[in-house]
Design a protein around this ligand. Sequence first.
Ligand code: F0G
Length: 359
Amino acid sequence: FSCRKSTMWKYKEFLPVDETKIVSLEEGGTPFCKCDKLGSELGIDLYVKVEGSNPTGSFKDRGMSVGMTKAVELGVNTVGCASTGNTSASLAAYAARAGKRCIVLLPAGKVALGKLAQAMFHGAEVISIRGNFDEALETVTSLALEGQLYLLNSVNPYRLEGQKTIGFEIVDDLGWKSPDRIVLPVGNAGNISAIWKGIKEFHEAGFMDDLPMMTGIQAEMSAPITNAVRQGKNTIEPVKDPETIATAIRIGAPVSAQKALRAIYESNGYADTVTDDEILSAQKLLARKEGIGVEPASAASIAGLLKMVESGEVDKGEQVVCIVTGHLLKDPNTAIDACVEPLEIDADVKTLSKIINKQ
Ligand code: F0G
């Protein structure tokens, strides 16, 4: 297997797969943007890790590359998942690449348009479940336990193996140093667990001295992990009817909650919540001030950062890496709803000139 140096397979010594069977679309090696304008306003040293630049537009591709490689190694015929959207888009693409049958369960009416289009277009068999993500995951897990498909949700440890490379890249991007803090949105809680695993592996290998405070951000009405952290608890109380405009993280019973809580406590980290309004205004701020277009769930990390600077949880001068997990175009409806429709005119230069000089 050969790849460009800049993909996540740069770290293949740390990934538990048969090198001759790798299924890849050249995932990882995503932009690590220094955000001086926003950072200086907040009085911090801010970097944004842009996971929307992955092949299908989210960080899920890292996990899916390793997970699908394992599916090939095992010789399974059918793969499947439940998803709030991105996992299904990614799985559908990697299943196509590997030539596997792909079944995805989605919460009916609660998946952003771009993600649904991807899952269907790559040829997955898409089934809408009358219920939320948690119920869809329970259903597909039962099917997997019957041996009818190979489950590629983040309960599958190989998914986390792929996603830990986000942690590797951050340390590498900073010149073999840990930032003070890593901030990311938390839904099913796989990613924060995976990144912490990667960080610890590099720390144990002696690649850097310090460790970052792992900081998870959840939507206010879908925040079982933040609720647990606020009470200093080691287990979560599931949220029965999770709600948020950030449909990607509309999850009430995160399957990796235990691992996520361990990551937060072990790293002296933190967890916070943000409202839908805070998410939408952070999404716009990042797009207009730094040119980085992300979907609502991803903007939760920026919204959380703003809130934590305000509350004093984040110190002045801290070096913070925010992970933005998915591309703006994943959820075109939310983006369009936040804007005014373009003015329509005849193709006439005088009219055009009048309009642009009036504003
Ligand atoms: N951001 C985006 C854009 C996501 O799609 C997800 C999860 C998360 C953050 C949260 O990551 O679950 O590892 O804590 N999306 C899953 C899906 C649930 O089905 O696509 P997490």
